[in-house]
Design a protein around this ligand. Sequence first.
Ligand SMILES: *Cc1c(COP(=O)(O)O)cnc(C)c1O
Length: 300
Amino acid sequence: MEKNRIDRIETDLTKANQVELWMKREDLVHPVIAGNKWRKLFYNLAAAKEQGKTHLISFGGAYSNHIHAVAAAGPLYQFKTIGIIRGERPAVLNPTLQFVEKQGMRLHFVSRSAYRNKTTLLEQLNLPLATSYILPEGGTNKLAIKGCQAIITSLTEGFDYYCVCCGTGGTMAGMITALANDPARQVIGFSALKGDFLRKEVASLMIDFNGRKYENWKMNGDYHFGGYAKHTMDLIDFMNEFKQTQNIPLDPIYTGKMMYGIFDLIGQGYFPKGAKILAIHTGGLQGLAGFQARFGALLV
Ligand SMILES: *Cc1c(COP(=O)(O)O)cnc(C)c1O
């Protein structure tokens, strides 16, 4: 467990383009709850305690990093946990779901159509709502955004570009608000999802958060590789080479795609000479076992 590690990533590409690339190892900030999911839970766990709640309830897909984090938080911080999972219960649970059940999480599998209406679901499933703290799918709420500000405020030096991968955009919103419109610093989000909605989503998360508008950020939608949780062999080859040369494992849903994108942008000359770039390793490595089980051992 390392609270504040940043690793230099130096390759022929970074040298040829005269940029400095660093990676902040948020995947190492907690022994079990990796990366941004720990940042997002931090103030929420405190709020749940303060409100006297005994249960955490949340939602997610069968491989969800957020569900994994909530389940792990249960025994560590003395909560009972309930996970509402999209889709039928499979005959054999994947490694993520095996882990969460071992942590004592009670699972409810619900059809995709029922899953869409979360409020109705909560009433129908007969859950202990009065004693429960409910976390949204993906874990993004105001306290999560506040928690993600620490990704920036824990740094002891400044960078020109801060790169982060985005699902709900909550992590990115925390980083942008922490940089507080410093014109010398820009956040670049790499969308893990296809479509253009995340840009709007991040803007509205920040309006909800503190009513302010921020200028120093961009959402890049060019590196989703066909959509959420889709992959290509080109991506896999890149991730394997990155692991072998840098000794840093990436995940195929988020950080692998972002790093591919950063390398691609460096090659295109997107970053000016001398630029200092920080990529955030948001974690997600718990998903590797499930990915390998599903697609074959593609990753080294
Ligand atoms: C959940 C997750 C993200 C996305 O975070 P958001 O705050 O939802 O944008 C990025 N990277 C990893 C590894 C994640 O698990």
